[in-house]
Design a protein around this ligand. Sequence first.
Ligand code: DON
Length: 565
Amino acid sequence: MVAAQEALAAGVGASMLRKGGNAVDAAVATCFALAVTLPQAGNLGGGGFLVLWLPQAEAKHPLVPAVSIGRGQAVALNFRETAPLAVRPELFLQADGSVDRAKATRSLLSTGVPGTVAGLTLAQARYGRLPLKDVMAPAIQLAERGFPVGVDLAASLASAAPLLKADPSSRRQFFKAGGVPYRPGEILRQGDLARSLRRIAGQGAPGFYAGPVARALEGLMVQRGGLIRSADLAAYRARWQAPLHGRFRGYPVVTMPPPSGGGITLLQLLNVLEPLKLDATGANSAATIHRLVEAMNLAYRDRNRLLGDPDHVAMPLEQLQSQAYATLQRSRLDLNRHRPAAQLEADPTALGGGSNTTHVSVADRQGGLVAVTTTLNGAYGNGISVPGAGFLLNNELDDFSLKPGSANGYGLVQGAVNAIAPGRRPLSSMTPTLVFRPSGEPLLATGSPGGSRIITTVLQVLLNRLVFGLNLASSVAAPRIHSQLWPDQISIEEGLSPDTRRLLEAMGHKLVTVPAMGSANSVEVLPAKGVPVGPGVVSRPTLSGGSLGVADPRRRDAAAVAEQP
Ligand code: DON
């Protein structure tokens, strides 16, 4: 079962499972296909995180730090972009000392050394079953022969036209002759991208980090004032890391460690919320939302002040994940009244950001699970494509605190701990996450785009499924809320009752209705007939064996595709 933000790419993943591939083959095939069919977020020129669990026989690898869960092992792969060696913080500042937002998001300066190709090929080589060339063949075909543009992509390309048309290569790649936009159903071919994919399929990561693709990337950087050079590309490595491992109501939760700020913040929130008897207050009630929001605000304060790249800064991860700390944070919650953000921290900002990262969840027949989130940061990254190589470049360096204390594109005000420096990886919110039954058997994989709202999206999917008794489809679809300390407001999706809103306002909250948040494509491994999922959560007896996939209905091109056609 493969759930992804674009249907053709999800189908590509399912076809790998059909061929005898495992969850890793399927996830990697889907990610490469998304680089073709979902150019706003799928990518070769970006980065991401992957968390996987495989049964012992497939998971064992002596060099990879792993966590044992049940009959298998979980590992985490960090293929986050890296700041180029030539980076200096001053490059992003204006004369008055403020961050130049255009440089931070729409220039070649904003591009980190891409990690996606290193990450996907490494994951596949270590844990996949199929040859890389088979796994990449469908993506190459989609790029070469073209594919019918989906409704979401057509709308997205039209709205990104000013950004993309400003770059000659992107204009040629994503628009018809004369800059005319594609309509849904029209065929988009990407010959240059097909050639790059072919090189990677033949040579692995060196097909991207050396040779013609690397030269084209460096050439663009030299010509147009970017920082990445061949030495940066040659030095790039994806890194295995031991995943974070927590437990919520007896369910093991495995998630991404820093430089994701998502995993640790998620575990911290689960720890704080666990004893609060949220099942008694219920899904999306005012009392529940109030508790979530107050806990979120405290957790985001820690995220922004304390987290960064583990290879460069020290972080109190054990403390943040401890029950003692959760107890302390819980004691700071006023269960009846919103605590204004200014009482916690004086640093107002504006919330920004779209929803242009993408998440893929896969379950295979052995219960193997993959959760992988990849991103260019903004939609289409900085909008600049590498001439002749056919892929867009990320603007991930804006995820650093380019000037500690000033907000990034997601309104996150982060500290010196996440300052930009050569070779560092910027703090992320991407939160690919796996949950297991209390017995250790795999249960579900989830994750989401949404910038700073990724963490709260994943939290709510888990609470809906594990606490509120919603099935996976409802858990993903239910209206979401988000709060991140600043701005001092609850962002809400449509669908909260007027009654709930009034009660929250009476507790001192400001509510702002926002466009749909996140795209939490998720999968669930179903237990054998009649086996309870865990305390209080019983899967329907008609749905036993195999797996369920849920494409987040917030995106029109998304799909969950089963291995069985
Ligand atoms: O890594 C991060 O946290 C961001 N670059 C993710 C960006 C994202 O989700 C875009 N969509 N809103």
